[in-house]
Design a binder for this molecule. Structure first.
Ligand SMILES: *Cc1c(COP(=O)(O)O)cnc(C)c1O
Length: 334
């Protein structure tokens, strides 16, 4: 029985084509800037997303951290969503390692931050206050795509108030595919963007930070400081390049599978949030633990949460979705 893992889109295995690309990669020492495959990945993404330069790093957590540290000095502040990955799920790295104060604000139902609330949180130039330097957004945010008009308004506000604008675009390509636009249409509004290759794109490891020449120069220095300078990392960059070439358009299948899963769960009586990309959130209440155990016996891996998140990806097929719905249906009958 094959296992269907819906806990996250980080669980994918490299495809045969990706493994071949990794085996064939030309390599060098990237700390010396001499890995041709890493250089190719960085140049490719910088160009595709409209930036001067890019930096390959091991994780999205490091990519966001380096972005924040490159924008902000000690005693600066960044405005961020209360539920944002950067703020909530990265161990407080910006504060711990960057001496950057977060100013979290409650997010809206559509995944955005109310720009009036953002503006109200910007501090005056007064030595009592941290210096507000940056606004960080996330797209997709819990599977939701930020509207293009919102991105333009965030850009206008940050320009007007002299803030930089960073995007945690771990799932940038899910947003672009959902909107049917080139990813650059989204990233053009930002001063820096972090993209994960190891989520829906299906690479085993890696994220890329994009920005100006100066910003990436600073980030490259911090990458070495935090221990992220890798050597023959082209073996990993090759997987990322392969993913960008072959595994972006297919994200639409993940979105369709998520939609199908959500529809089926609604028919079984679950309250399911509207689906935009590859994440399905269903209210399962106190059944969470029992449901997880029941599904585990049938080769389906879930997290145990009352607001259950299920994520579709490369290794979940349309047939798998039917198997998941059958299991939920059987659970309802016990
Ligand atoms: C996964 C993720 C990250 C961090 O990526 P890691 O590679 O797990 O460190 C950052 N932001 C968002 C929105 C993510 O989903």
């Amino acid at each position: 029985m094959s296992v269907i893992d819906l806990r996250s889109d980080t669980v994918t295995q490299p495809t045969p084509g990706m493994r071949e690309a990794m085996l064939a990669a030309e390599l060098g020492d990237d700390v010396y800037g001499e890995d041709p495959t890493v250089n190719r990945l960085e140049q490719h993404l910088a160009a595709e997303l409209g930036f001067a330069r890019a930096l390959f790093v091991p994780t999205g957590t490091m990519s966001n951290l380096l972005g924040l540290m490159a924008h902000c000095e000690r005693g600066d502040e960044y405005i961020v969503g209360q539920q944002a990955h950067t703020y909530k799920y990265e161990g407080g790295g910006a504060a711990v390692l960057g001496s950057i104060q977060p100013q979290p604000i409650e997010g809206e139902a559509d995944g955005s931050l109310d720009l009036a609330k953002v503006e109200a949180a910007i501090k005056q130039d007064d030595f009592h206050f941290a210096r507000t330097r940056l606004l960080a957004l996330e797209n997709t945010m819990q599977g939701k795509v930020l509207p293009m008009t919102y991105l333009a308004a965030a850009r206008e506000l940050t320009h007007r108030r002299g803030l930089a604008l960073h995007l945690d675009g771990a799932r940038l390509y899910n947003a672009a595919v959902r909107l049917g636009v080139p990813a650059m249409d989204i990233t053009q509004h930002f001063d820096s963007v972090s993209v994960c290759l190891s989520k829906g794109l299906g690479a085993p490891v890696g994220s890329v930070l994009c920005g100006s020449d100066e910003l990436i120069g600073k980030a490259r220095r911090w990458r070495k400081v935090v221990g992220g300078g890798m050597r023959q990392s082209g073996v990993l960059a090759a997987a990322g390049l392969y993913a960008l070439e072959h595994q972006v358009a297919r994200l639409a299948e993940d979105h369709a599978n998520a939609e199908r899963l959500a529809d089926g769960l609604r028919q079984l009586g679950y309250a399911v949030e509207p689906v935009q990309t590859n994440m399905v959130y269903a209210q399962v209440g106190e059944q969470a633990g029992a449901l997880q155990a029941f599904c585990a016996e049938r080769g389906i891996r879930l997290t145990a949460a009352s607001r259950l998140r299920m994520v579709t990806h490369l290794d979940v097929s349309g047939e798998d979705i039917e198997r998941v719905l059958e299991a939920f249906s059987a659970f309802a009958r016990v």
